[in-house]
Design a protein around this ligand. Sequence first.
Ligand code: ADP
Ligand code: AMP
Length: 216
Amino acid sequence: MILILLGPPGAGKGTQAQRLQDKHGLVQLSTGDMLRAAVAAGSETGLKAKAVMDRGELVSDEIMTGIISERLNDPDCKNGVILDGFPRTEAQAEALDKMLAEKGLVLNAVIEMKTDDDILVERITGRYTCAKCGAGYHDKFLKPAVEGVCDKCGGTEFNRRSDDNAETVTSRLKAYHEQTAPLLPYYRGRGVLKQVDGMAGIDEVTDQMEAVLQAI
Ligand code: ADP
Ligand code: AMP
């Protein structure tokens, strides 16, 4: 199964992708996480990407399609993947179509997480992840059961992203509306676009995602 989660930064793509991964054995492919790993490793791609990411702009289509095309060949992707943060431009969507056709894979659904822009700053500025296992949390909306201890792995160190600040959110939202939102009609026209209410509570969104999966 190949799923795309589409929505602005903070819509809840990563949160729901982690849940789908845990429940259905699909692999979450977050291009943002891949770029952050490249930045941390100090690779050539990481060096190129860092300044662009800090400005809240988009990394080049060429780099992104290269990363995804390579990753899709890994054996763990055989059971299916959830694309989280890719594609983000029409050129990336077209490149994805081409690479799926070449690999004999079919896009099953694109799930739009519909949200209002005015809630996204609070979502993004409150976001943090476990440094050990990457589980995602929020200061207000998703706290660990025991404060300061990761529910999943017991880790006690957490990270916040350098681009998760109110200033960068404005450029990231602009990039979403100008470059990514045009993918909605592109996928609607192909009959693969589904929607969930990204404004609902996290568990309610999970229920809606499950209903979409059951229907496909
Ligand atoms: P994205 O991957 O789309 O950028 P995330 O999944 O990282 O977004 O969610 C952003 C933040 O908002 C996280 O801290 C997450 O815990 C929280 N969050 C996700 N979905 C919801 C929701 N439906 N309601 C409230 N908070 C949410
Ligand atoms: P995310 O973790 O999805 O919020 O992505 C963080 C940042 O990584 C974005 O603001 C972009 O700078 C970059 N990025 C992630 N995915 C892509 C993509 N598919 N195309 C271009 N840039 C991307």
